[in-house]
Design a protein around this ligand. Structure first.
Ligand code: ATP
Length: 327
């Protein structure tokens, strides 16, 4: 055991994700069980710069495992992207006697954490907390499963109303530059198509979607559109469809921040708990600048550099499943 780590800081950063609270709870309780002091940092890297910090006891994380969002708040902090901002953050680290950081967030959070670790020699452990599931080296990220279920539930509701009209419903889905949520929600929702950045051109995907609707003589058509698959998202796709096929009327639904909310699923709570425990044991084991991931249901440690820089592609069989099942 590396006895040098007496105090850790924990923060949540970037987009909030259901299950982040379960991760904070696991990190806090595991650290305290190992005699490590826990300093909770509010509002992500902004709180690290501003010194918005509170020492946590095990009671501070009581009753939060079932709560969505993050009790530590999250923020997008431009200042941390500058050397001056990170210097201020380091001053806080020194002042608070923080020996290591556990950062819960997505690729931006890890990029910042890795840079900080390199500049100031502070061990950083990342927990993948993002609904996007776009980090390489982990099969799942905290929040993805819950978000997928939320989206599927919304699609089911839209289907009820869509079947009453001959319209093409275009539903815009979050996901930064990744199509995991969109593709898998399309499979789960029995959708006619998913328009994602990883696959064919948007016009080609639109033609497939329209073709599927026709072939099936269906009375409703729901197409999911990943927010960044095309500039302007689902609204642009709607215009493209109406131009190429004036016989179709379209309706656009943007799920927006609904996709982030809600109580975390059992899967996300368990994932966050296992990862939070593993983060502390990894630190005690002398690990640094790694992400805790899950592969084949085993906890693994992945260098932050790989988690950020290697591209994780959507599963080809899942893409084929959607194409096959949507005819
Ligand atoms: P999500 O995928 O859910 O959006 P994220 O962690 O990728 O989460 P970002 O907003 O990209 O969210 O990043 C979170 C924070 O990480 C930023 O507000 C910033 O403080 C820090 N960060 C991002 N990129 C960098 C960078 N290149 N250098 C330093 N810090 C960065």
């Amino acid at each position: 055991m590396d006895n040098k780590i007496k105090t850790i800081g924990v923060l949540t950063s970037g987009g909030d994700a259901p299950g982040m609270n379960a991760a904070v709870r696991a990190v806090t309780r595991t650290a305290i069980s190992q005699g490590i002091c826990v300093k909770a940092i509010y509002r992500g890297y902004q709180g690290l710069i501003d010194g918005e910090i509170k020492e946590f006891t095990t009671q501070d994380v009581s009753g939060i495992i079932q709560r969505g969002g993050t009790i530590l708040k999250s923020a997008r902090c431009m200042e941390f992207q500058t050397p001056e901002g990170r210097k201020k953050a380091y001053k806080t680290i020194q002042k608070e006697h923080i020996d290591a950081l556990v950062v819960i967030g997505g690729d931006g959070t890890f990029t910042g954490g890795r840079l900080f670790a390199q500049e100031y020699d502070v061990p950083v452990i990342g927990l993948p907390g993002t609904i996007d599931n776009d980090l390489w080296g982990t099969d799942a990220t905290i929040g993805y499963d819950t978000s997928l279920s939320t989206i599927t539930d919304c699609i089911d509701k839209l289907r009820d109303t869509a079947t009453s009209h001959e319209r093409v419903f275009l539903v815009e889905i979050m996901g930064r530059n990744a199509g995991f949520l969109t593709l898998n929600a399309a499979i789960a929702g029995g959708c006619e198509a998913a328009i994602i950045p990883e696959r064919k051109s948007v016009p080609e995907q639109i033609e497939d979607a329209i073709g599927n609707g026709r072939r099936k003589t269906k009375n409703s058509s729901i197409v999911l559109v990943q927010e960044h698959a095309v500039e302007g998202g689902a609204a642009t796709v709607a215009k493209m469809i109406e131009k190429a096929h004036p016989e179709y009327s379209t309706r656009v639904t943007v799920l927006g921040h609904l996709q982030r909310g809600g109580s975390p699923s059992a899967y996300d709570r368990i994932l966050a708990s296992r990862m939070g425990v593993a983060a502390i044991y990894a630190l005690l084991d002398g690990q640094r600048n790694v992400m805790v991931g899950i592969q084949n249901d085993d906890i693994v440690l992945v260098p932050l550099s790989k988690a950020i820089h290697q591209k994780k592609d959507v599963k080809e069989d899942a893409w084929q499943a959607l194409l096959t099942l949507s005819i």
